[in-house]
Unconditional design. Sequence first.
Length: 222
Amino acid sequence: MNIRSFIEQNFPPPCLLCLAPNGPLCAPCLADLPWLPEACCPVCALPVPGGETCGHCLRDLPAYTRTLALFSYAFPVDRLIQRLKYREHLALAPLLGELLAGHLHEEPPDVWLPMPLHARRLKERGFNQAVEIARELSARTGVSMQPGWAERVRDTPPQAGLKREARKKNLRGAFECSSKVAGLHVGIVDDVMTTGSTLDELAKMLKAAGACEVSCVVVARA
């Protein structure tokens, strides 16, 4: 037993939401989170009746083949993710990675690739939340994480408020990928998926670098 496991078993933290003694999330709070329904588009995880491929993906199929998302980006999941990203509550990352690993029912990819941050944003924040989530996901699945295999080379303006086509244009040329992905199934890890434009652009670059398949694993779907 490692030190972390010993501490977790003998000195469990309080619930992050209700402060009950059996955290990091007690069973009632975990059950009350805004879980996505089972009927979601298998490609982009958008909730749709019957779980069929949604209209957006039928009209404009993204470069990734499927997406696992656990929650709607709604209270309190949105607050938890914001606490991780902007208040440096890094203890949240292992919890999110553990939840993702526990719901990964498909065959895992050959490698996990956290969504890269531009160097300027990484310097400002001090860490990449996708790397921290992927670190636990890697440990739980036994699949290696390779954050250095993709780089965000353009510091694009914020995507918020942009329409779908404007988001795509904003992201063109934003990423560069290593040829080490050639022939591999790459699983992109991120915290939130909004329209999927950022994930799609990275997936395109991975495919151009030789990846045979790209799938996405995200905590929440906006």
